[in-house]
Unconditional design. Sequence first.
Length: 371
Amino acid sequence: MPRRARRPRLWPWIIVLTLGCLIVGLAASAGFAGRSASLGPPSSTLPSWQAPLLGAYLVLRQEALDSPAGDTGAAATLEIEPGETASDAIDRLAQAGVVQEPSLLRAYLRYKGLDSGIEAGRYSLRGSQTVRDIAEALQAAGDSRYTLVIVEGWRREQIAQALGALGLSFSPGDFLAATRRPPPGVTQTASTLEGFLFPDTYRLDPRWTADQVVAIMLDTFQRRVDSNLRDGFDRQGLTLLEAVTLASIVEREAALPEERPLIASVFYNRLSAGMKLQSDPTVQFALGLQPDGEWWKSPLSLEDLATDSAYNTYVYGGLPPGPIANPGLDSLRAVARPADTRFYYFRAACDGLGSHVFAFTFEEHLQNACP
């Protein structure tokens, strides 16, 4: 007897659609409507059943979408060949540490319909960029001649030098002149934009002026230094300028991301106790460009430590009058949320790996010296 033709099983799809509706309904009832709107509309190419599922997933992962996508110290330059898929590129970014959650980036690209729009070319990407930033950056290959990477802890003169090497329409002097003004929204006296030129990867148009490039950096600062960070600065009793100033010192002192909150706590403890910060990078900033072309002199001499400058925290108490460099997001977060410690001292460990040892008393600090 011939077998009866099987009817297609509809129950798996019914379950998927039901779950999707439940997730979307729960998200909306939890007050996620505004966050969902920030995703924007899904791609018109998405199947009708897939859009709500991806949208609900991305709403629930919104914080991860707007946080650094990977290791903030990781960077990668990708050469995308014609025909290479988005999935291939994401795998390579994950191997480089630029992306820690490949599935989240894939989901966002899929939701926005960007997964098939990657152009062949060269891309410079960093783990400090958000998932959204990386997704957008993958849509247009940039000419590497006009890509600027601002490293965390650079001073504005170093940024000017890097810009000068790109062959843009303006000179390093033009850039320095454009940054010789107070930061927007800062009511305290600040003579330059030092500290507010946000470290990131910038794809520049060679026709832009220095003022336009500066405006983009300031806009990036405004977006990345969000209300949560600013609330954290308020809780610590710091103005925005003071917070960025302290973060710039933490940036220059710290080599390991996990030590930044500890180093920030040391400086907070010293400020509370009326002790001088005694931070070498503030002296290095005051000394400026050295005969060998370096901006950060090391090691410092006893004569250097006695340099009469308002930025020298061995000579003057409190915070210096402004930032000494442009801090990255990790250092800003460390200032907003420092560790809770009783440490007043730290010095480089003897392992040569950039780590530090911390101490409560000066006697302990002396004992931590390398033999």
